[in-house]
Design a protein. Structure first.
Length: 225
C-alpha cells in the first residue's frame, strides 16, 4: 500500500494495545485489521480498536467468513469486512473508499463491477477508468462467483456485470448488463426502466453512473431490475 501514490502507511502495529494507542492519537483516515482466524477474540479486537476512535473506519481482513461472522464483526465496529481471498485491488478500493468517507469526500455512490475469470483484464480496465474519471464514486471489483454475496453485503447503488441480474431480481440496485463481447446485447436498468444497447463504450458507462448518482442525490428509487 505504501507504494501507491495516493496512500500513505502512517503506522504499523503488532498488538491490540499498540493499535488502540495509535488510533487514539488520530491522523488516520482508515485502519486495516488482520484477524488471522475468526473467533470471539477477533470480535473483541475490532471492538477495542473501534472504541479507541469511532471516527476512524476499520477494514477487517480475515479468512473465508460466512454471513453470521461478517455480521458479528460489523456489529463490533468494522466498517468493511473482506476475505483474504479477494484481490489486492479490491482491498485498495475498500481502503480508498473508507478514507474518502472519513474525510467527508465523495458522493457516496457505490458501484460494483463483476466479470468472469476470462475477462479480468477488461474488468480491471473498467475499474481503473471509472476511478480516474469519476473519483467521487466508490468502485469495487469482484468475481462472478461472489457477486451475490457482495451485493447483499455492500448494498451497491449500481452493479455493472457481464451477466443479467439473477442474484437480486427486482431488488434495490440499478443494473448494467455490460456484455464483454461486442455482439452480445447490453442493457441498463434504472428504476425498472430498461434501455438496450449494442456494443456500448466507456462514455455510456459513465453516463449510466452519472444517472445513478443523480437519482441517489434526488432520493429516487434505483432498482426494480
Amino acid at each position: 500500500m505504501g507504494r501507491e501514490p495516493d496512500l500513505e502507511v502512517v503506522a504499523q502495529t503488532d498488538s491490540v494495545a499498540e493499535g488502540r494507542r495509535r488510533m487514539a492519537e488520530g491522523g488516520i483516515d482508515a485502519a486495516v485489521v488482520d484477524v488471522p482466524l475468526f473467533d470471539e477474540y477477533g470480535v473483541a479486537l475490532v471492538q477495542e480498536l473501534h472504541d479507541a476512535d469511532p471516527s476512524i473506519p476499520v477494514l477487517v481482513l480475515s479468512h473465508a467468513l460466512d454471513r453470521e461472522d461478517r455480521e458479528k464483526l460489523l456489529e463490533a465496529g468494522a466498517d468493511e469486512v473482506l476475505s483474504k481471498e479477494v484481490g489486492f485491488e479490491e482491498i485498495l478500493a475498500a481502503v480508498r473508499g473508507l478514507g474518502r468517507e472519513a474525510r467527508g469526500e465523495g458522493s457516496g455512490v457505490r458501484v460494483l463491477i463483476s466479470y468472469e475469470e476470462s475477462h479480468l483484464a477488461y474488468r480491471d480496465a473498467l475499474v481503473a477508468a471509472v476511478r480516474a474519471l469519476r473519483p467521487q464514486v466508490a468502485v469495487t471489483a469482484v468475481g462472478l462467483p461472489t457477486l451475490g454475496s457482495e451485493v447483499g453485503r455492500s448494498n451497491p447503488h449500481l452493479v455493472v456485470s457481464s451477466r443479467p441480474n439473477t442474484v437480486d431480481p427486482g431488488g434495490r440496485p440499478a443494473w448494467y448488463t455490460l456484455a464483454a463481447e461486442p455482439d452480445d446485447p447490453s442493457e441498463l436498468c434504472v428504476d425498472g426502466r430498461r434501455e438496450a444497447s449494442e456494443n456500448p463504450g466507456l462514455e455510456d458507462l459513465l453516463a449510466a453512473i452519472d444517472e445513478v448518482e443523480e437519482a441517489v442525490r434526488a432520493g429516487r428509487e434505483l432498482g426494480g431490475c
